[in-house]
Write a protein that binds this ligand. Structure first.
Ligand code: PLP
Length: 309
């Protein structure tokens, strides 16, 4: 209901989702990927390596900065029936700017359909709602990708979606049935507690206002300037009242989304900058970190900063 997908499967995480989708759909076959999308997500998760593990063979097309529809067309013509899928990997944790080009997802989907080859998209961050409504950079949603014609979309449950660690596989019923039947599906399945936690988060998405208010990730990303200013004021006055020798000022700060999502997005807002008559910024930082509960701040310009977001 939230994405328009015909069918869905939940696995342990986003990496598992793409590994399983590739193994089930394209094992022993070629998978066409743009050279601009051979990305590393973190740890040892890299697209070419995941591809190798899945048993599919990588066919690189295009160049680092520019890949055209005709590059995919040429690869399809060359590999014909050996082609298992076209894979698109969303650049969720980095951006490329300047002399860049890639086909629209809908164009790629139309090409895939003409050649009767599934189009898989690894969306990474997993936005379910348009983040532009919170004043953030636009990130393609799972629904956008499926509407544009992707056969199967995979994403993470615990990045922008804001839920439990999980991987979502969504798309066409017949392909999802094939994915569910693959032996890896059992090895990578999510456990009941994760499913219960994910379900609780997803049900909040039924009403966007509730999702925004109650899912911590969305609540933090969409906090209003007035709300943040009030929190900063309170933080400043209570800290100064309780800690002798502390000086606090409210200054303009820029936070980051983190979690490999919206890499260029700056989260502007007031932050509380602290200094102390006897303790250095590093000492303030380590005291805050060792507190119960631990408080995480940053050091900028020689002062310890707390972001009320
Ligand atoms: C984060 C990410 C993954 C992995 O998701 P996890 O849930 O962290 O395993 C896969 N692909 C892309 C493009 C990602 O950004």
């Amino acid at each position: 209901r939230l994405t328009g997908a015909e069918a869905a499967l939940i696995v342990n995480n986003g990496a598992a989702a793409i590994l399983l989708a590739l193994a089930a759909i394209a094992e022993h076959k070629k998978v066409i990927v743009s050279r601009g999308e051979l990305v590393e997500i973190g740890g040892s998760f890299r697209v070419p390596e995941i591809m190798e593990m899945s048993g599919a063979t990588l066919v690189e097309v295009g160049a680092t900065n520019r890949t055209h529809l005709r590059d995919y067309e040429k690869a399809l013509a060359k590999h014909g029936k050996d082609t298992g899928a076209i894979l698109r990997v969303h650049r969720s944790n980095f951006r490329m700017q300047g002399f860049v080009q890639q086909p629209e997802l809908a164009e790629l989907a139309a090409l895939a359909k003409r050649h009767k080859v599934p189009l898989l998209e690894d969306l990474g961050s997993g936005a379910l709602v348009d983040l532009a409504m919170f004043g953030l950079e636009r990130e393609p949603t799972v629904g956008d990708s499926l509407a544009a014609g992707a056969s199967v979309v995979t994403c993470s449950g615990d990045k922008l979606l804001g839920g439990a660690q999980a991987g979502l596989v969504l798309g066409e019923r017949a392909l999802l049935a094939q994915i569910r039947r693959h032996p890896l599906a059992r090895a990578l399945r999510a456990d009941k507690l994760a499913l219960a936690a994910l379900e609780a988060t997803l049900s909040l998405y039924a009403e966007p206002e509730r999702a925004q208010a109650q899912i911590p990730t969305l609540a933090m990303l969409s906090a209003s300037p007035a709300e943040l200013a009030a929190r900063a004021e309170r933080l400043k006055s209570e800290l100064v009242a309780r800690v002798p020798g502390l000086t606090a000022d409210i200054v303009a700060g820029e936070g980051e989304v983190g979690g490999g999502s919206l890499p260029l997005q700056k989260l502007r807002g007031p932050v509380v900058a602290l200094s102390h008559a006897e303790w250095s910024a590093a000492e303030l930082e380590s005291r805050a970190r060792a507190a119960d509960p631990p408080v995480i701040g940053t050091i900028r310009g020689g002062r310890f900063r707390l972001d009320p977001r």
